[in-house]
Design a protein around this ligand. Structure first.
Ligand SMILES: NC(=O)c1ccc[n+]([C@@H]2O[C@H](COP(=O)([O-])OP(=O)(O)OC[C@H]3O[C@@H](n4cnc5c(N)ncnc54)[C@H](OP(=O)(O)O)[C@@H]3O)[C@@H](O)[C@H]2O)c1
Length: 273
């Protein structure tokens, strides 16, 4: 499994398994399928309700905890609530550490929230800490008012919103770019039916979804597609087994709409990225 090196030296798989909108009761089964297919990195969040299922799948996998890279995201705002929330997440996961914890949203008291992540990092409860859905000005503010540099920003990124403004900012600050909704959620079928995407799929004898995922990972964007279909879960991992040419990668830039698939709050709108 190809990895990226985070700015604190921790290695993270370039491709993982997302668990957003996975029914909590089905999570253990779905994550077990992913693990058996070879996934090591699992993305969960306090709000998804999938931490217990992820923990159960890992516990029953027969593999050591350090085989896995588990990310969770806070659903709290402020120091005390976040400190307690992380301890509760560890209990739900059934582990004494997370590999990565992200602030899920740039909430009002995000500097205090981040301080709780820093303390958890210093206490060894998490191997790396980072952000999700933060724009450059929010990251600037956090960098000026914190001690531990965030390792990653997990943001909506796919063919229709390529994050061309955010990417150079993250690279300049040695913060890894991670894509959520790499297949565009409900916009996936529209992307997969584009003639240019279908032509690349035919060229490499792969699926359109595999083209869309490989297009991200070849740009060193950590990618966490979600599927509850075992064939898709396998295909998504196998997207790492072929390579697009630089010209192929460039040819898909024309489809950037610089537009979110979601109805985000103002601070997360396109003009802020
Ligand atoms: N930080 C945040 O705010 C945030 C927000 C959203 C998501 N996330 C994270 O990012 C992960 C991925 O994003 P997402 O779940 O929103 O969307 P996504 O992965 O872009 O899209 C999921 C959709 O793609 C389909 N799909 C997956 N693989 C496919 C394949 N090989 N061929 C055809 N269709 C395929 C799935 O259907 P099937 O199940 O039928 O395959 C599902 O409908 C989430 O699970 C979550 O962990 C984070």
């Amino acid at each position: 499994m190809q990895t990226v090196t985070l700015n604190n030296g921790v290695q993270m798989p370039i491709l993982g398994y997302g668990t957003f909108q996975t029914p909590p009761a089905a999570t253990e089964k779905n994550v077990t399928t992913a693990i058996n297919l070879g996934y090591r990195s699992i993305d969960t969040a306090q709000v998804y309700g999938t931490e217990p299922g992820v923990g159960a799948a890992i516990a029953n996998s027969g593999r050591d905890r350090d085989h896995f890279f588990v990310t969770t995201k806070t659903q709290t705002d402020g120091y005390a609530a976040t400190k307690q929330g992380l301890d509760d997440s560890l209990t739900r996961l059934g582990s004494d550490y997370f590999d990565l914890v992200l602030i899920h949203w740039p909430t009002t008291h995000r500097l205090d929230t981040y301080r709780a992540l820093e303390d958890a990092y210093q206490a060894g409860k998490v191997r790396a800490i980072g952000l999700s859905n933060f724009n450059p000005s929010q990251i600037d503010d956090l960098l000026a008012n914190s001690h531990v540099k965030p390792v990653i920003d997990q943001v909506e990124t796919h063919l229709f919103w390529q994050q061309t403004k955010l990417r150079p900012y993250l690279a300049a600050h040695d913060i890894v770019h991670e894509a959520w909704a790499p297949l565009g959620e409900n916009f996936g079928p529209e992307m997969m039916h584009l003639p240019a995407v279908k032509a690349l799929a035919a060229k490499y004898q792969v699926t359109a979804a595999q083209v869309l995922l490989r297009w991200l990972t070849q740009q060193d964007i950590v990618t966490i597609p979600k599927s509850t279909n075992a064939d898709h879960v396998a295909a998504n991992l196998a997207s790492l087994d072929f390579s697009l040419t630089p010209d192929d990668i460039a040819s898909l830039r024309q489809f950037d709409r610089h537009h979110s698939i979601k109805d985000w709050p103002q601070s997360m709108r396109e003009e802020c990225y």
